[in-house]
Design a protein around this ligand. Structure first.
Ligand SMILES: NC(=O)c1ccc[n+]([C@@H]2O[C@H](COP(=O)([O-])OP(=O)(O)OC[C@H]3O[C@@H](n4cnc5c(N)ncnc54)[C@H](O)[C@@H]3O)[C@@H](O)[C@H]2O)c1
Length: 305
């Protein structure tokens, strides 16, 4: 069974490729390395340095003939999507359409799509389940939702099977710690360099943090289970930014204080219901936040030297 993974040099993509290889799948990776790294790519996977929007994608399908595709390639920055919505739409919507065209032409059986809880916008109730209305609060959320709708359309028009996974806040080893990264990567990197993390507002804003290997497992399960459905992928637990800071500080065993900055315009509280994924995908997040943070901090520490 051959799987084509777009974004396979990135954070979640590279863990997904590792899990696929470990489970005996043949893997071809497509990534333009705009945010991914070559060293992340599993040695047993074939690599094509190509943009998902490019004409060349067709040639990859021609030679690889994948049975299934997992689509993770995207511009992931919310801020960039606000500053440059055209760029966001090209990468996330047009790139997805180009991939869908190839899936149709080369008779791919199923596509698994990495969507986001950003499609929901400000929660009307908690935990957010899959029935919650979609009202994105950013061009990024909207481009992820638009790609979801194109995928559903290709199912209706062309019979392409799909699973859409709406990830919560994913964290873990290999996450980039630059300005656009998740709070775990940014805080860990700063504290390891003895720099105080910056907390926007009172730090009591909450998110649903899910460990990257659990997300990779959800991607694998979605290849087989949950035909033509949408699933939330998260821990189902609510953790505040202040708690994340405290936990990382305890793991590092250092005495550092955070810096307060003006609150950002952002969602105040979110966590999701993962019941549907547990029941219908057979998925269970195995790593709790304390263990996940320990593994993440260990990885960042090791990388320093
Ligand atoms: N990290 C999270 O918390 C999170 C949450 C929800 C959804 N997601 C989604 O999961 C997917 C993976 O995110 P990630 O956190 O691993 O980010 P990432 O930036 O590490 O991975 C994305 C990969 O896609 C590649 N890429 C970007 N644009 C491309 C293009 N046009 N053509 C080919 N390759 C391209 C990048 O080089 C990178 O390797 C994305 O679709 C993202 O929207 C992530």
């Amino acid at each position: 069974m051959k799987v084509l993974v777009t974004g396979g040099a990135g954070f979640i993509g590279s863990h997904t490729v590792d899990a696929l290889v470990k489970n005996g799948y043949e893997v071809a990776v497509v990534d333009n390395l705009s945010n991914g790294r070559k060293e992340n790519i599993n040695k047993d996977a074939k690599f094509y340095e190509i943009d998902v929007e490019s004409e060349k994608l067709k040639r990859v399908f021609e030679s690889e003939r994948p049975d299934m595709a997992i689509h993770l390639a995207a511009q992931i920055s919310l801020r960039k999507s606000v500053e440059n919505p055209m760029f966001d739409a090209r990468q996330n919507i047009l790139g997805s359409i180009n991939l869908l065209q190839c899936c149709k032409e080369f008779e791919v059986d199923k596509i698994v799509y990495a969507s986001s809880v950003a499609v929901y916008g400000e929660p009307k109730y908690l935990p957010v389940d899959e029935k919650h209305a979609t009202k994105p609060a950013s061009p990024y959320g909207l481009s992820k939702l638009a790609a979801e709708e194109y995928i559903k359309l290709y199912h209706r028009m062309r019979g392409l099977d799909y699973v859409i996974l709406r990830y919560a806040n994913v964290y873990g080893p290999r996450q980039m710690s630059d300005g656009e990264a998740g709070v775990v990567a940014i805080f860990t990197d700063r504290m390891l360099h003895n720099k105080p993390p910056v907390v926007f507002g009172d730090g009591e804003q909450t998110r649903d943090f899910v460990y990257v290997e659990d997300v990779a497992l959800a991607n694998l399960l979605a290849l087989k289970n949950g035909k033509n459905k949408v699933f939330n992928i998260g821990s189902g637990k609510e953790t505040s930014v202040n708690d994340v800071f405290g936990k990382i500080r305890n793991i590092l065993g250092i005495n550092i204080r955070s810096i307060r900055a003006e609150p950002k315009q952002e969602i105040r509280r979110i966590y999701i219901s993962n019941e549907k994924a547990v029941k219908e995908l057979g998925w269970n997040p195995k790593t709790n936040i304390d263990d996940g943070l320990k593994k993440t901090v260990a990885w960042f520490k090791e990388r320093q030297f």
